[in-house]
Design a binder for this molecule. Sequence first.
Ligand SMILES: C[S@@+](CC[C@H](N)C(=O)[O-])C[C@H]1O[C@@H](n2cnc3c(N)ncnc32)[C@H](O)[C@@H]1O
Length: 284
Amino acid sequence: MSRIRFGHWLLGTAGMGALRSWLGADRTAVDARIADMERLLRIRDEEPLLALELPVPEVDSVTGYASWADTYDVLPNPLIEVEEPAVRQLVTDAPPGRALDAACGTGRHAAFLATRGHRVTGVDTSPAMLARARARVPEAALAVGSLAALPIPTASVDLAVCALALMHLPEIGPAIAELRRVLRPGGRLILSDLHPTTLTLGGGALFQGADGAFGRVSGWVHRHEDYVGAFTATGLEIRACVEPTWGESELPLLGGPLYALAPEAVQAAFVGLPAALVWGLVRS
Ligand SMILES: C[S@@+](CC[C@H](N)C(=O)[O-])C[C@H]1O[C@@H](n2cnc3c(N)ncnc32)[C@H](O)[C@@H]1O
């Protein structure tokens, strides 16, 4: 089982801040980040947060979300802070109809869709996450099922949302084709995920369960060309592509307790980097 040293994230982040400013006109910015790295390296074995090493097993999605379900809605998630307004913005002007929340988890978007007057169905592979969704959105029809084979009739849905789940699939093409299958002609699809840039730079589905143990659900990077190729192959028209960025306010959450050890480095590394990727599509 891999042991993770949490301080490595902060050191890498300071380096990222230096990288982002090394070609800038203001040399003081890169000097400040290098000073951060030198300071962090000096104290890395004495400062308990930098020295902290814990096992963080990589687990498959069903195993991971069984452990994460109890804390998913309790522990703050900076990605959700960024992603949720962008998804809601795209959902807001959809007239009430039959809506699917695919990979609905604990029913975050399903609940919002229900308040907008949609008749909501939710599907997820995790029974533990669905149990939470049942309590949160009792009016929704919820079922265990996979994005690879949704238990939903063809052309039966006016609006489908699939949020923060495609990164758990090694290939997105089959899931996108399946989401397109269940949409009626003219129906809308909204996809969101952790942005591939942030995922490439060490982001991921890192969680802490109710027992305090950490884990990481397997994830794969999907680039814009993967999405566009899948949309083109299955007949989905792009109506919106939104890339909300990390702002100053999310970064204390992103860094957790490490943030206070080098806040300027975290800001220099992340402010303005795309945090989420959100697509608005229509079935042609
Ligand atoms: C980060 S959670 C997002 C939950 C919810 N959509 C949200 O945005 O709050 C990812 C969810 O995707 C589900 N999931 C992962 N792979 C899946 C698959 N192949 N089919 C259906 N659900 C899947 C997980 O069980 C989990 O509930």
